[in-house]
Write a protein that binds this ligand. Structure first.
Ligand code: ZN
Length: 319
């Protein structure tokens, strides 16, 4: 009988506020940890804390760091295909990352193979290998969180493009000609209309803000908007309905661009899936041009863990 354990991997998901970390074996998280991102200070200062947390995580999982077969880092930026160098970071977050010599410098420090991947692409890799898109040949994912992350797998091949930009910039497709300038440089991006980072500006500029429950909420995010809307708050309902319309329209564009059989919706906003999912499904059924039938519209199954599990799936020995 073969008693060799399946290979284990360290995975890391560098979000703007939290860096998540996990030990993954056979598509399961054996242990996990989180550290504050302090993204404004850069990625360099976070790497020491990250490596310490990785060691703790391994101890908790009962795995020696020497047994780990690879370290995967999901990063919120544009990653060069092939070299997996970080080409670009979100404005004001991990600004130093392109100058840190990743992934080679981290591989040297850890004495491990290191893979880097855009975080939205990592999330779809996870859902495709283990979650809502499992068993499909072509899938797209839209992650609704601080921004809008997108990713596509076409005929079983992750879409990357010549410079790593294909598929992952759906949140920066123009959704409003002449709209607000986005930190990415474009005007009227979907993210400028309906993302957690853009929400406070829209809410505070809206008529009726001072008399809305949102004026008194501590954290002005979509959880607050969905809650206030469910209580009948007029402004919250307007913001909620507009956001759902933007997300649904963006999803139709993704379907038109990438021809998936399955679309997966993830991110923190999907905690309100009972409201969001049926409306997006209805919009897609009415407006997507798919003469072959209807793409399946599914909620993500892996939640916060999608990118962690996805990074581990990228190592050839993970199969
Ligand atoms: Zn943009």
């Amino acid at each position: 009988m073969n008693t060799t354990p399946a290979p284990a991997f360290l995975s890391c998901d560098a979000g703007g506020t939290r860096i998540k970390l996990g030990v993954v074996r056979s598509g399961r998280l054996l242990a996990r940890a989180e550290i504050p991102a302090q993204a404004g200070d850069g990625l360099g200062p976070a790497l020491d804390r990250l490596i310490r947390a990785a060691r703790r995580c391994c101890r908790e999982a009962g795995i020696d760091l020497r047994e780990v077969q690879g370290f995967g880092l999901a990063f919120p930026g544009i990653i060069e295909p092939g070299t997996e160098r970080i080409l670009s970071t979100p404005a004001g977050k991990f600004d130093d990352a392109p100058r840190l010599g990743l992934p080679g410098s981290l591989a040297d420090r850890l004495s491990l193979p290191v893979r880097l991947c855009n975080d939205a692409n990592a999330a779809l890799a996870g859902e495709w290998a283990f979650g809502a898109a499992r068993g499909t040949r072509s899938a797209v994912m839209m992650t609704l969180g601080t921004g809008i992350g997108t990713s596509a797998i076409i005929d079983g091949v992750p879409l990357r493009g010549q410079h790593g930009q294909a598929g992952c910039l759906g949140g920066h497709w123009t959704a409003q000609v002449g709209g607000a300038t986005c930190p990415c440089g474009n005007v009227g991006c979907a993210e400028t209309l309906a993302s957690t980072w853009a929400l406070p500006r829209h809410a505070r500029a809206a008529e009726g803000f001072n008399t809305s429950a949102l004026a008194h909420t501590r954290v002005l995010d979509y959880a607050a908007v969905f809650h206030a809307a469910s209580q009948g708050d007029r402004l919250a309902r307007q913001l909620r309905d507009h956001a759902v319309a933007v997300w649904a329209s963006t999803l139709v564009s993704l379907i038109h661009a990438y021809d998936p059989e399955c679309v997966v919706l993830g991110g923190g906003i999907m905690r309100s899936r009972a409201f969001v999912l049926p409306r997006i499904r209805r919009h897609v059924a009415q407006h997507a041009w798919t003469p072959w039938g209807r793409p399946k519209v599914r909620a993500a199954r892996l939640g916060d863990d999608a990118a962690l599990l996805g990074m581990a799936s990228l190592f050839p020995t993970a199969a």
